[in-house]
Write a protein that binds this ligand. Structure first.
Ligand code: AMP
Length: 410
C-alpha cells in the first residue's frame, strides 16, 4: 500500500515525497480514507505512530481545493512544543500547496501571531489559553472553520485544559469535521467525545501500550545513588541522543548541571524556562549538538526528535500513561530504542502496572561494576570532563580533585 492510493492533490503528494514517506503507517492507512470522506474520527494512537501526518495530509488536501485567506482548520495542542512541531509538519508537507499556518501559544508576543492571522493563515495550531485570548480579542475568527483537531486529548485533560477547550468550542457555530487524537481514553474524554463528535469512527492502533520497537530495562537503585548510577550507565552504554526524565523542575536542573560538569553536552527542558531557551534546547538536541536532554514530563510533551536512542527515567513516571508517553520519544516509526528506568522500592506498584500493559515482566539489570552499597555521602563521583570519554574511573576516589560529590538530596 502506498500513498498514491489516497489520491491526494499533486501538491500534497509533493510534500509526502519531499519528506521521503514511502509507506503509510497503520494510523495513516486507517484514518486518512475516512477523514477524506468527511467523517469524524477518534484516533487512539500514541506519539511516534505518524498521527500528525494522518490528520495533516487530508487537511492540506481539503484546504487546497477551497477558499483561502481565513482559518479553515484548527489544531488544539497541549504544549507550545507540540504546536510548533505540528506547524513544522504542515509547513513541510504543505510546501507546494501555498497554504499558510500559524502557531499560537503564550509566553511569546502576540504581534507576530496576529500578523499571520491578518495575512490570512488557513491553518492555526495552538494551545488553549492563547487561542482564547485571540478569539476574545477578535484577532482569530472561527466562522469559516471546516476541520477541528484535538490532539493529545488525554494530555490536555491532565493539564486542566478541558474548560478552555469547551470555551473554544462555543466559538465554533457552524458544522465542522472533528478529529480527536489521544493515547488513552479516560472517562472525561469519552464524555467529551459523546458531546462533540458526530457518529465518529474509532481507530485504534495496537494497544495504548509502549511502542513495540522499544526494549525496556529496570535498574533497581537507592534514591541517593541514582546520579552516580546514571553517570556509570552513560559511561558504559553506547548511546546516541539521550532523553532523561526527572520528576521536578528542580531535579531536572540539578541533574543537568551534574551531567554538564561531567563533560556531557546537555540541556534542560522544564516549564520555568523562557520559550527562547526551550526552543534553543530542542533545536540543539534535534541537530545533535546537545547529546543529553533532561526534561520534566510536561515540558517534553510532543518532542519530535527522530534519533533518540535512549529514554532514561531517572525518576519513575507517575503511571502507565506517563510511561507510554515518555517511551514514545524513542523507537519512532521504524527505529528501535531502549528505555531504562531507575526504580526504588517505592516504585514497585507502578512497575507492576506497566508490566501488566506490556504483558510481560521487564528485565531487571544491575551494573556489575557499580558499588550499590557505599552510602552516597562517602561516594566521591569522579568523572571529569576529559576523563569521561576515555577512562572508566568509576567509583575510585579522586580525593580533593574530585569534580563533585553526590549529595544526599538525590
Ligand atoms: P508523529 O507520531 O506524528 O509524531 O510522527 C513521528 C515521526 O514519524 C515524525 O518524525 C514523522 O515525520 C515520521 N513519519 C510520519 N509518517 C511517516 C511515514 N509514513 N513514513 C516514515 N516516517 C513517517
Amino acid at each position: 500500500m502506498s500513498f498514491e492510493t489516497f489520491n491526494f492533490h499533486p501538491s500534497v503528494m509533493a510534500g509526502v515525497q519531499a519528506l521521503g514517506y514511502v509507506i503509510p503507517t497503520p494510523i495513516q492507512l486507517q484514518s486518512i480514507p475516512p477523514i477524506m470522506q468527511g467523517r469524524d474520527i477518534i484516533g487512539l494512537a500514541q506519539t511516534g505512530t505518524g498521527k500528525t501526518a494522518a490528520f495533516a495530509l487530508p487537511i492540506l488536501h481539503r484546504l487546497q481545493q477551497g477558499k483561502r485567506g481565513q482559518v479553515h482548520a484548527l489544531v488544539i495542542s497541549p504544549t507550545r512544543e507540540l504546536a510548533e512541531q505540528t506547524c513544522d509538519a504542515f509547513t513541510a508537507l504543505g510546501k507546494k500547496t501555498g497554504l499558510r499556518n500559524v502557531a499560537i501559544y503564550g509566553g511569546v508576543g502576540k504581534d507576530q501571531q496576529i500578523r499571520k492571522l491578518r495575512n490570512g493563515a488557513e491553518i492555526a495550531v495552538g494551545c488553549p489559553g492563547r487561542l482564547l485570548d485571540h478569539l476574545y480579542q477578535g484577532a482569530l475568527s472561527l466562522s469559516h472553520l471546516d476541520i477541528l483537531v484535538i490532539d493529545e486529548a488525554d494530555r490536555m485533560f491532565d493539564m486542566g485544559f478541558l474548560p478552555d477547550i469547551k470555551r473554544i468550542l462555543e466559538c465554533i457555530l457552524q458544522p465542522r469535521q472533528t478529529l480527536l487524537f489521544s493515547a488513552t481514553m479516560p472517562d472525561d474524554i469519552r464524555r467529551l467525545v459523546k458531546e462533540i463528535l458526530h457518529n465518529p469512527i474509532t481507530i485504534q492502533i495496537g494497544q495504548t501500550a509502549p511502542a513495540a520497537s522499544v526494549s525496556h530495562t529496570l535498574y533497581p537503585v537507592r534514591q541517593d545513588l541514582k546520579t552516580a548510577l546514571l553517570l556509570e550507565l552513560l559511561y558504559k552504554t553506547k548511546t546516541g541522543s539521550v532523553l532523561i526524565f526527572a520528576r521536578t523542575k528542580h531535579r531536572v536542573e540539578r541533574l543537568m548541571e551534574q551531567l554538564d560538569k561531567s563533560g556531557y553536552s546537555t540541556a534542560s527542558l522544564q516549564g520555568n524556562l523562557s520559550q527562547q531557551r526551550r526552543q534553543a534546547a530542542l533545536d540543539g538536541f534535534r541537530s545533535g549538538a546537545i547529546k543529553i536532554l533532561v526534561a520534566t514530563d510536561i515540558a517534553a510533551r510532543g518532542i519530535d526528535v527522530s534519533n533518540i536512542s535512549h529514554v532514561i527515567n531517572f525518576d519513575m513516571p507517575e503511571n502507565v500513561d506517563a510511561y507510554t508517553h515518555r517511551i514514545g520519544r524513542t523507537g519512532r516509526v521504524d527505529e528501535t530504542g531502549e528505555a531504562f528506568t531507575f526504580v526504588t522500592s517505592e516504585d514497585m506498584a507502578t512497575v507492576r502496572d506497566i508490566e501488566k500493559v506490556l504483558k510481560k515482566p521487564i528485565e531487571r539489570r544491575t551494573l556489575e561494576s557499580f558499588d550499590y552499597k557505599t552510602p552516597s555521602v562517602e561516594k566521591k563521583v569522579s568523572y571529569s570532563p576529559r576523563q569521561m570519554r576515555r577512562v572508566p574511573v568509576g567509583r575510585q576516589s579522586m580525593g580533593k580533585k574530585s569534580q563533585f560529590a553526590i549529595s544526599r538530596s538525590y
